[in-house]
Design a binder for this molecule. Structure first.
Ligand code: CA
Length: 412
């Protein structure tokens, strides 16, 4: 959760999975967090009182605690957003329309001009391509315009005390307090999204502690203020940490051959560019497929939607947020900023996204029908997609693994 929240680009569950940088994957419990929203303010103060000794134990000083926690109260807006974020789902085409709009591409090109020298220096140091940094910046905060103004400590106190993912948010709260203790930012300036992600590229506090850098050398790792220098370099450090391969694409749009075996699609099946080419897979814009090592065919909108060959860098971006739609948006926005064209494949725009209840029902029915959907958490991941493929194969329809209403309706 938290990805793109400030931009109104919430993909709901689809994007809620990864959470802000390095967040935990969603849990079944998270789905039920929405059922316990009425947390009386008194309970939050009691929670803070009980938390203080744990924080002291973890090495946070009394002075830091007093400065950071005085006056902190429950944020009903945060509770409400946490409750609602699992409810909404957007189709990938609706998401991409907004995430990679012409305006966002143009603003990215402007930012490339304005910050070109800085981006070259960051690229030289971290071996991370500039367009990906711009794209993440563009998606996370509209290039710094919308960095979020929710006090991070209050947001994390609210989430730690009122949701079943409390343990995760308490760890992030401790990380936030540690940042304050180290003096990188004043308590009042530590702001971000409702879910605790901060600054230009929406780092969670724990990611900040482990990976943020002071690139301008002023002695502070400042991802919050107007100047994006440290935030962009920190994002580069993050992607480098997860193995970014400079000069390689995240993926490319492809055209599948007539009679393609859809069981070969999916992130778990890898082949080299030469092998895919031999199977008739072609780059939509022409030319050779990128030679990026183990690559997979991805059909994020099912057999009727655009198809992509995804490279190892795709999985690096997944560490920022694992939703396919987010990763494709980042990669594609980066390509567009460099002058690349739009996605040429069509999307099945007549289909609507499944609701949370429908996704859970789909997983239940797949499991009952003997296809292991990996539980019924409402999150359509690789296991559920594989179960859908199995079911589709068993009834003789194209096994594209897409969680459509049609599949749900056909399940007994
Ligand atoms: Ca700095």
């Amino acid at each position: 959760m938290g990805r793109g929240v400030a931009l109104g680009l919430v993909l709901g569950w689809l994007l809620s999975g990864g959470g802000p940088v390095l967040a935990e994957p969603p849990t079944r419990q998270a789905l039920h967090a929405r059922q316990e929203i009425s947390v009386p303010e008194g309970d939050v103060q009691a929670w803070i009182a009980a938390f203080r000794p744990r924080a002291l134990e973890a090495g946070i000083s009394q002075a830091t605690l007093d400065a950071a926690l005085s006056g902190v109260a429950l944020r009903p807006d945060v509770v409400e957003k946490d409750r609602n974020q699992t409810e909404f789902t957007r189709t990938i085409w609706d998401y991409l329309d907004k995430a990679v709009s012409d305006d966002r591409v143009a603003a990215g090109q402007k930012a490339l001009k304005k910050h070109g020298a800085l981006l070259r220096r960051i690229e030289a140091k971290y071996d991370v391509d500039r367009q990906i940094l711009l794209a993440i910046w563009g998606l996370e905060s509209s290039y710094g315009v919308v960095r979020g103004d929710v006090p991070t400590v209050a947001a994390l106190v609210t989430l730690a005390s009122s949701t079943r993912r409390g343990a995760y948010f308490e760890r992030e709260l401790l990380a936030a307090l540690r940042i304050l203790q180290e003096g990188d930012v004043a308590p009042a300036a530590m702001q971000g999204s409702w879910a605790g992600a901060m600054g230009h590229t929406q780092f969670m506090p724990s990611s900040y502690l482990s990976l943020a850098v002071d690139f301008d050398g002023d002695g502070r790792r400042d991802i919050w203020s107007e100047d994006p220098t440290d935030a962009l370099a920190s994002t580069a450090a993050f992607l480098a940490r997860w193995g970014w391969r400079k000069g390689e694409p995240w993926g490319v749009e492809i055209t599948l051959p007539e009679g393609f075996d859809y069981r070969l699609a999916g992130e778990k099946i890898h082949h080299s560019a030469a092998e895919w080419q031999a199977m008739g897979v072609a780059r939509t814009t022409g030319g050779a497929l990128p030679d990026c090592g183990p690559a997979s065919v991805l059909l994020p909108g099912g057999a009727r939607g655009a198809a992509f060959l995804i490279c190892p860098n795709f999985h690096v971006i997944e560490h920022y947020n694992p939703a396919d739609a987010y990763v494709i948006a980042v990669g594609h926005l980066g390509d567009r900023i460099l002058g690349g064209g739009p996605i040429l494949g069509q999307w099945p725009r007549d289909l609507r996204a499944l609701t949370l209840d429908e996704r859970i029902a789909l997983q239940h029915r797949l499991t009952l029908a003997g296809f292991d959907a990996g539980g019924a958490d409402g999150r359509i991941g690789p296991l559920t997609q594989s179960a859908i493929r199995g079911f589709q194969t068993s009834i003789g329809v194209v096994p594209d693994g897409y969680a459509s209403l049609d599949v749900l309706n056909r399940l007994p």
